[in-house]
Design a protein around this ligand. Structure first.
Ligand SMILES: Nc1nc2c(c(=O)[nH]1)N[C@H]1C(S)=C(S)[C@@H](COP(=O)(O)OP(=O)(O)OC[C@H]3O[C@@H](n4cnc5c(=O)[nH]c(N)nc54)[C@H](O)[C@@H]3O)O[C@H]1N2
Ligand SMILES: Nc1nc2c(c(=O)[nH]1)N[C@H]1C(S)=C(S)[C@@H](COP(=O)(O)OP(=O)(O)OC[C@H]3O[C@@H](n4cnc5c(=O)[nH]c(N)nc54)[C@H](O)[C@@H]3O)O[C@H]1N2
Ligand SMILES: [Mo]
Length: 754
């Protein structure tokens, strides 16, 4: 059909606006949920309603009639869809057959409806009943030689209550093997920032956007991946605040945006220019950019001007000398070569930064997914420290987190390297001795599966095999397991690449009501700015045979730990009882949890740097040096290109909503390679040629992807981009940030082969 032919055309309109409104209506229609979906949309991010299942950006203090965005609506419509995956569906399709289908097709089959078990004799999933499912999990876990032979994955949509109980269950079982989606995402924030400021979270709250005098948005595609943040950026621009966007891709919403909620702009087809300065950086050029700004600042200080916040530096920090020496020693020619920027633009950005007395720096995967991502973030923090941009209104660091509760899951114990103080607390509250040794992060868990030392994999949400690097090896790893368990709302590849035995356990989704013997329950989530609030579903569950995630965790624990010290039964029925336990384990931040959560706006967890208190070993904020200009190891190959794997406008991670990427002008195709015109010409290629990519990595494994269409796109020289997860087979498992375990999915060294 002509309609499905790939089409590419430049998108020149502002982002948002009527295009977003039309896309919202379309997805509700497609999922046949107009009436149901509209009712749910009205409850989304409202007091007494539920939290948007899409991204982790805070809702706008409950004051708007609508607080959702096009991509929130997509996430909800796909959750509230009328389509169902039933036992008849599984009887009709063998697993081998389903493996031939695309991720998009699998997603479009709809919601899972009852627990299923893999039957090897027929290669079909068959109904199994909840009792049999938990008995199977208990049998496998109890039969292991060591608890470290099991891997317990979490994806960040899981609410606090389920994640907390999961972390207690797994520790009582005896391991800290907690591979987590965060290990592929903002782990450099969690590991990189504590040595700098004492916490691994952002220090900014929504209100700060109204007081900032400059905002930097680095390595984040805001209009697609946290669209509600556009409201803050547009408001800041309307106040005349400079916004600096640093990105190798000129992401449309960061250039011009129409707020779908601004009725006047909508009626007049108006829009707001968003960035005052678009910094078209090379992939991996950010470190050079930061050092350029710092060099300007130190040089001007040396020339007698006062550009630093000396009082702050004296009172609160340690270590500036090494950072000064390093910045001053950098050479402009090299800074320019590595960043791909003009010196004049770096100087302009330095000027913006110097003039602002309150700056927010926001960032996404463009900074975290590099080989030295954690250290790179420490340089962002250095920059903020130079002007005392912590602990004052309108200033601070703002990681834009991904999944709606990824930050909360970490706060309540999903952590492969837990602190000793936390473990002591767990021992004191529950009366068992938790394991003290570190567990596996995501990459290590795949390595353990490959080595055959991991026997059981349990996935609390997510789509592990599609999200991790080195797809082919990940599939092989998964297939070696004795048991794989997918706890999910939707069918995905992770259920089809499975262990010898396998289970699919369907759950009640975010937008749906949870009823227990003690009546209706609600859950809680923590957003990207450390605000914890209640989420109460309003829709009927997709099927009567779904269980809430809390109950699934409790019943796995009861099956695996017959002599458990925890009252799991009580937790199944009473979510306030779970919150009381959270308060006991985390008295400093969660005291009176059950009472405080009754406030419809929720409450903020304490972030000490907001008070200029630094929970570091020396009690100070630390300037941390990072040598050189590269956040990735240089590669000696004249034909090397750096590949960034990114999200389209129509996907949520491994969930593909459509094959379109409206703002980048791509329709009906995801196998594309965004490339600079000169790089195309230098290789004797033309636009729309089909090429293959090969990874340059010296581990003897041949990684190649065929059938990519070359698109002439405003990329910097030497930088190419394509879509995640299709390009994950190109990322070597061993190519990750050693400090955080995060795969360097934004800087894969590749070569084009025809
Ligand atoms: N609709 C929707 N919302 C989402 C998601 C989704 O898939 N769909 N995913 C959620 C999740 S889990 C996360 S973590 C976030 C992800 O949100 P983002 O962090 O926006 O994720 P990406 O699409 O991976 O794109 C990151 C950006 O980094 C840029 N980039 C690549 N390399 C570099 C570099 O070297 N330097 C700089 N400065 N920039 C670079 C890319 O051009 C791109 O604009 O969004 C969350 N929200
Ligand atoms: N190459 C490359 N790889 C990447 C990235 C990249 O930028 N490039 N990004 C990384 C990042 S930032 C992340 S966060 C990971 C994402 O990795 P994951 O979090 O593992 O992947 P998702 O695609 O978000 O998971 C989708 C599945 O979650 C299930 N699900 C949805 N809602 C719920 C719910 O409420 N409860 C439960 N139990 N299940 C639910 C559905 O079955 C759905 O199929 O991928 C990482 N991988
Ligand atoms: Mo993420």
């Amino acid at each position: 059909m002509a309609d499905h032919k790939p089409r590419y055309k430049t998108y020149n309109a502002p982002a948002g606006g009527w295009g977003a409104a039309a896309a919202t209506a379309k997805v509700l229609l497609e999922q046949s949920v107009v009436a149901k979906g509209s009712k749910a949309l009205l409850s989304m991010n409202k007091p007494g309603g539920f939290k948007c299942p899409s991204c982790a950006y805070p809702d706008q203090a409950c004051e708007k009639i609508f607080d959702f965005c096009e991509n929130g609506a997509k996430a909800l419509a796909h959750e509230a869809t009328k389509s169902r995956v039933t036992r008849a569906f599984f009887a009709q399709h063998s697993v081998t057959e389903l493996m031939q289908q695309s991720d998009y097709w699998l997603e479009m089959q709809g919601r899972l409806t009852e627990p299923m078990r893999y039957d090897a004799a027929t290669d079909h999933y068959v109904p199994c009943g909840w009792d049999e499912a938990f008995e199977t999990i208990g049998r496998h876990l109890r039969g292991l030689d060591s608890p470290h032979q099991a891997e317990f994955y979490t994806s960040g949509r899981t609410p606090n209550e389920a994640a907390f109980l999961y972390s207690i269950f797994v520790r009582e079982f005896g391991t800290n093997n907690f591979p987590d989606c965060s290990n592929m995402c903002h782990e450099p924030t969690s590991r990189g920032l504590p040595p700098s400021i004492g916490v691994g979270k952002g220090t900014v709250v929504l209100d700060d956007f109204d007081h900032a005098e400059a905002i930097f948005v680095i390595g984040h595609n805001t209009g697609t991946n946290a669209p509600r943040m556009m409201t803050n950026l547009v408001a800041a621009r309307k106040r005349g605040i400079p916004i600096v966007a640093v990105n190798p891709m000129p992401e449309r919403a960061l250039i011009r945006f129409t707020e779908p909620q601004d009725l006047v702009q909508m009626a007049t087809f108006g829009s707001t220019p968003v960035s005052s300065e678009f910094v078209h950086i090379r992939i991996g050029g950010d470190l050079a950019f930061f050092k350029g700004i710092m060099k300007v600042m130190f040089e001007r200080e040396a020339a007698g001007e006062t550009v630093l916040d000396h009082d702050f530096i004296r009172e609160h920090t340690v270590g500036i000398d090494a950072v000064r020496e390093d910045a001053l020693a950098q050479d402009w020619a090299e800074i320019v070569a590595v960043s791909g920027l003009e010196e004049a633009q770096i100087r302009r950005c330095a000027e913006i930064y110097i003039r602002s007395s309150a700056t927010i720096i926001c960032y996404g995967m463009g900074l975290t997914q590099h080989q030295y991502g954690s250290q790179l973030l420490q340089q962002v923090s250095n920059l903020l420290l130079l002007k005392g941009n912590y602990g004052k209104p309108g200033a601070g660091i703002s990681p834009i987190r991904g999944h709606s509760n990824v930050q909360g899951d970490r706060t309540v114990g999903v952590d492969e390297k837990p602190s000793q103080a936390y473990l002591d607390r767990v021992r004191d509250v529950f009366g068992f001795e938790p394991p003290r040794e570190h567990g596996h992060h995501t990459v290590e868990s795949v390595e353990a599966m490959l080595a055959g030392t991991a026997r059981v994999f349990i996935g609390l949400g997510g789509n592990f095999v599609r999200a991790v690097p080195d797809t082919d090896r990940a599939y092989a790893a998964m297939s070696k397991l004795d048991l794989s368990v997918g706890i999910a709302t939707k069918l995905n590849r992770g259920h089809l690449v499975h262990g010898r035995e396998a289970l699919i356990l369907p759950v009640v989704a975010r937008s749906e009501r949870i009823e227990t013997s003690r009546g209706e329950q609600f859950v809680t989530i923590e957003d990207s700015m450390s605000n914890v609030s209640a989420s109460r579903g309003v829709l009927d569950p997709a099927s009567p045979d779904l269980l809430p995630e809390v109950e699934i965790v409790c019943r796995m624990a009861m099956a695996a730990l017959p002599d458990s010290r925890v009252d799991w039964r009580r937790c199944i029925d009473d979510y306030d009882a779970i919150r009381d336990l959270i308060a006991e384990v985390y008295p400093a931040i969660y005291s009176d949890f059950s009472a405080k959560i009754r406030d419809p706006a929720g409450f903020h967890l304490d972030i000490p740097p907001r008070r200029r208190v630094w929970p570091t070993p020396n009690g100070k904020a630390n300037f941390l040096p990072m040598p050189g200009l590269h956040p990735d190891d240089p590669v000696d190959d004249p034909w090397m290109l750096r590949l960034a794997t990114v999200r389209s406008h129509d996907q949520f991670n491994t969930t593909i909503y459509s094959y379109n990427d409206r703002y980048r002008g791509v329709y009906n195709d995801r196998m594309v390679l965004f490339m600079n015109a000169q790089d195309i010409a230098d290789r004797g290629l033309k636009e729309y040629d089909k090429v293959a990519l090969e990874t340059i990595f010296g581990d003897g494994v041949h990684r190649r992807i065929d059938g990519l269409t070359v698109l002439d796109y405003p990329m910097p020289r030497g930088a190419v981009a394509g879509y995640y997860p299709e390009l994950n087979p190109l990322i070597p498992l061993d190519y990750y940030d050693r400090t955080s375990g995060t795969p360097a999915a934004k800087s894969i060294p590749v070569r084009i082969v025809v």
